[in-house]
Design a protein. Structure first.
Length: 75
């Protein structure tokens, strides 16, 4: 049986909501990417670079591990 690929999950959607319902476009502008990149990250279709992950965490003024979670063995 093939082993599943590790996955990075995130709390970006909730954090945007908690930040006065920040739009995906506003977050994208703050970190220098497109809105589509934020959509892909939120939906776990794309894993951000380490630099981008830190930039996103900085926008929300939270440590990286509050924003992103590494799931080693997804179900």
């Amino acid at each position: 049986m093939a082993k599943k690929k590790p996955q990075i999950t995130n709390n970006i959607r909730r954090m945007r909501f908690d930040a006065d319902e920040m739009t995906q476009a506003a977050l994208a502008e703050k970190v220098g990417v497109t809105r589509q990149t934020i959509v892909a990250i939120e939906n776990a279709k794309y894993s951000p670079t380490l630099e981008l992950a830190f930039l996103i965490a900085d926008v929300f003024d939270h440590p990286l591990e509050d924003v992103f979670t590494f799931v080693k063995d997804p179900d």
